[in-house]
Write a protein that binds this ligand. Structure first.
Ligand code: IVH
Length: 343
């Protein structure tokens, strides 16, 4: 009997420790824009926590990292509630997990419905999610994702991003919420870091942190000088015409919103697998960083029918590429002292 109590309290202790470590990494990543571990290590910790919660469901609480989409808003910018929540994506790390997702949606909605729908294959852009609210075609507010329900108001900074139209082209609905990814392309990242180093400042660890840091500068003029780009990947509240996601993207493009040229429709799952493999091969020769592929069901009625969990839609899945970033153990540093005593 003592055994049962021991393993239960062991699980609770492991849960507390894991949750705390994950929260610290999230703080470094989201608030300090300076990650402390490679993404793959972070994913592994989160997966361990998820497994622990599957084994011991009583450990799940609203403040567990598994229930959170991002960090709470920081102090510098006003908090704003999103018109509709910004969700995250569930991850697949292997082809088997991708096929399992296909099977799950087929079990829920029926094989024929999935076959009729087809898929959208996209690049998973490694930037930060931005929510844009257009009223009567005018960009009235932009916010970071934050915890998914409330984000930071970064409207003034977003107005300086050339890729994001301040006014939609052509007739637009009274309200439309556009989601997408803000990021800094690789060439711009190299130039920015070179500038920072030349000015004696600390360079950014990666383009994602550079984009996040640039959008949270207090002076929009400083943001304007940063090479920030944007690609749309979804819609929230508001009527965007189209029975399929492909049609929605067509409408966004007609409004002047940028869509990733890496977006492809796929009629059958073999094409999805082909896309994922091909994108994996090309990932290091693109103009910006990606951390995977995103596969979405194309039929919007089917999307609504499948709905979402608190965290992520059931109709989409992210396939994460194996990591490139690795942690190296530094074994030794040898210092040479020259004749003149110079180190
Ligand atoms: S769809 C409700 N599509 O990845 C569906 N997200 O790990 C959620 N992301 O929060 C968004 N590229 O910021 C979608 N082609 C893409 C994406 C994408 C990057 C980001 C997005 C999301 C995160 C989830």
């Amino acid at each position: 009997m003592g055994h049962v109590t021991d393993s239960a309290s062991d699980a609770a202790a492991r849960h507390r420790a894991l949750a705390a470590v994950i929260q610290q990494h999230r703080f470094a990543y989201y608030i300090l824009d300076s990650p402390t571990v490679p993404d793959a290590d972070f994913d592994r910790l989160l997966r361990e926590l998820e497994q622990l919660e599957r084994d011991c469901p009583e450990l799940v609480s609203p403040d567990s990292p598994t229930q959170q989409v991002g960090p709470p808003p920081g102090a510098a910018f006003t908090a704003v509630a999103h018109p509709s929540p910004l969700l995250s994506l569930d991850n697949a790390f292997t082809t088997e997990e991708l096929l399992a997702w296909r099977q799950r949606v087929a079990n829920l909605a029926g094989e024929e419905a999935v076959e009729r729908s087809g898929y959208d294959c996209e690049a998973k852009i490694d930037g930060l999610a931005v929510d844009l609210v257009y009223e009567d075609g005018l960009l009235v507010r932009a916010a970071t994702r934050g915890d998914g329900r409330t984000g930071e108001d970064i409207t003034a900074n977003i107005w300086t991003v050339d890729a994001i139209p301040r006014r939609l082209a052509g007739p637009a609905p009274g309200l439309v919420e556009i989601r997408g990814e803000a990021f800094i392309p690789l060439d711009g990242f190299a130039a920015l870091n070179a500038e920072l180093v030349a000015a004696g400042k600390k360079p950014f660890a990666n383009p994602r942190n550079a984009a996040a840091g640039s959008l949270r500068l207090k002076d929009p003029k400083a943001t304007a000088a940063r090479p920030i780009s944007f690609l749309s990947h979804g819609v929230g509240l508001g009527d965007v015409p189209g029975a399929s996601l492909s049609e929605v993207y067509g409408q966004l493009a007609a409004w002047g919103l940028p869509i990733s040229p890496l977006t492809r429709p796929a009629a059958v799952f073999e094409e999805v697998l082909f896309f994922v493999e091909e994108l994996g091969r090309r990932r290091h020769s693109l103009g910006h960083e990606i951390d995977g592929a995103v596969v979405k069901l194309d039929d919007r009625r089917l999307q609504t029918e499948l709905g979402a969990t608190v965290r992520a839609p059931r109709w989409a899945i992210a396939y994460k590429f194996p990591p490139v970033e690795v942690t190296t153990k530094l074994l030794d540093i040898r210092v040479n002292v020259g004749r003149t005593g110079r180190v």
